[in-house]
Write a protein that binds this ligand. Structure first.
Ligand code: HEC
Length: 118
């Protein structure tokens, strides 16, 4: 009979520790979203939107299937894709419509995230 309080308190301690542990785990187990990188996020968008003109071997404009060129030109790229189709310098060249907001956001978020290669 004397053993009962000890067993009971051990169970209580176990339950408390378990709950504290899992509560802590729940808050820290959601990692922040990874930053956008050229390789993962931007390259596919450029391949789809700026092809063939800016893809080496396909077009004869400055190649943007190339991290270094994109990193250097990102401000000008963002400026041009935000113009209207009737504006001088608009990209993608001679297309009737602007890129979608979500596509433009990939360029701007990549810049905001720090121009990471991969
Ligand atoms: C149909 C062909 C075509 C497509 C598609 C195209 N461009 Fe261009 N791009 C051109 C031409 C032609 C020029 C040169 C004339 C000029 O500067 O306006 C150019 C020039 C540029 C320049 C200036 C480069 C420099 O040498 O300073 C940038 C920046 C640019 N394009 C960005 C883009 C981006 C970003 C996309 C995709 C969203 C894109 N372009 C899609 C044809 C294209």
């Amino acid at each position: 009979m004397k053993k009962f309080p000890i067993v009971a308190s051990m169970i209580a301690i176990t339950v408390i520790f378990y709950n504290c542990h899992s509560a802590k785990k729940a808050t820290s187990s959601v990692p922040p979203p990874p930053p956008y990188t050229y390789e993962t996020n931007l390259k596919v968008v450029i391949a789809a939107s700026c092809s063939p003109c800016h893809i080496s071997g396909k077009g004869n404009k400055k190649p943007y299937d190339n991290f270094a060129n994109v990193k250097t030109d990102i401000d000008e790229m963002i400026r041009r894709i935000q113009l209207n189709p009737s504006d001088k310098g608009f990209m993608p060249f001679r297309k009737a419509a602007k890129l979608s907001d979500s596509t433009i956001a990939v360029f701007t978020k990549w810049k905001a995230d720090g121009l990471i290669e991969k």
